[in-house]
Design a protein around this ligand. Structure first.
Ligand code: COA
Length: 178
């Protein structure tokens, strides 16, 4: 890993907004957007955001659970918003939200959201490299920043990379609730 520490960056520096219209090829036999297509677009929006923040090649390391709360119909227009919540050493967490409305801009709704983890790679595209820290400014950014370390610990426990007893932020969080 390179030694030079990159300068911290704001969330707005890498905010990524992507719009798609749902076409017949994107739908299932009921005329709703296929979940897998939505996941693909979410991954793309998140990767663009992560690459911009890290100024590096990035790979998806993990995706937290995605639930499909509201169907998205043929002809709807969806907007995906991807923002970095926090950077760790070589990884970043990206929050993606999906909103939909019809072609006339009616029936606006928030359809789903998910957290993605990307790892930045150096120019050999093989070795993880250090990522810029995130400067949270708004209260929403601060809340996402603060909770990111607990979500990361859950991921690392579930993937067997750390033991539950070593999840210090989660332990502190739950002990403060007692
Ligand atoms: C992601 C990848 C580069 C990690 O490689 P590795 O040898 O495990 O690297 P490291 O142990 O140095 O970990 C690198 C970072 O990834 C994070 N990471 C690895 N697996 C993770 C997981 N399941 N969840 C969250 N973070 C994870 C580590 O915590 C570390 O982050 P940090 O430096 O900020 O603490 C490697 O597993 C890989 O190339 N995976 C395939 C990626 C890919 O093809 N994605 C597309 C899938 S379709």
């Amino acid at each position: 890993m390179e030694n030079k520490t990159p300068a911290p960056k704001k969330v707005s520096d890498s905010l990524t907004v992507m719009t798609e219209m749902i076409m017949p090829n994107d739908t299932n036999p009921m005329g709703n957007l296929m979940g897998g297509y939505l996941m693909r677009w979410m991954d793309i929006a998140a990767a663009i955001c992560a690459g911009k923040h890290c100024e590096a090649h990035v790979v998806t390391a993990a995706v937290d659970n995605i639930s499909f709360q509201k169907p998205i119909r043929l002809g709807d227009v969806i907007t995906l918003e991807a923002k970095v919540t926090r950077a760790f050493t070589t990884s970043v967490e990206i929050y993606v939200e999906v909103f939909a409305n019809d072609i006339k801009g009616q029936n606006p709704r928030r359809c789903n959201h998910a957290y993605f983890t990307f790892v930045a790679l150096d120019d050999t595209r093989k070795v993880p490299c250090e990522v810029p820290a995130v400067i949270p400014l708004s209260s929403e950014e601060e809340q996402l920043f603060e909770s990111a370390s607990r979500r990361r610990e859950i991921r690392l426990i579930l993937s067997g990379r750390i033991k539950a007893k070593d999840a210090t932020d989660l332990r502190r969080f739950f002990s403060e609730m007692e």
